[in-house]
Design a protein. Structure first.
Length: 89
């Protein structure tokens, strides 16, 4: 559980090019040994969109399955995205 908490904090601090967010989330979860790269599916999830933030879902496919919701906002030029919240759902 400690690894997951560390990964969540790192995801909450994430700021990267917009097109790279899914890969960065996947790499953080792998780096913190939450799951192997092949067990992580990160996708855009429109149902999570809120107040101009785009929603993403990181699903860990092993065990009981773990879903992490991520909310991120894009900068004015839509080049950089910053995560504003991440939580387990």
């Amino acid at each position: 559980m400690e690894n997951l908490e560390g990964a969540m904090e790192r995801i909450k601090d994430l700021e990267c090019p917009t097109g790279d967010i899914k890969n960065r989330i996947r790499n953080i979860l792998k780096e913190y040994e939450v799951a192997n790269r092949s067990e992580i599916i990160v996708s855009r999830y429109h149902r999570l969109d809120k107040n101009g933030a785009r929603g993403y879902n990181a699903k860990i496919t092993r065990d009981d399955g773990l879903d992490i919701a991520i909310l991120a906002v894009s900068g004015m030029d839509d080049y950089v995205v910053k995560v504003i919240d991440a939580y387990i759902c």
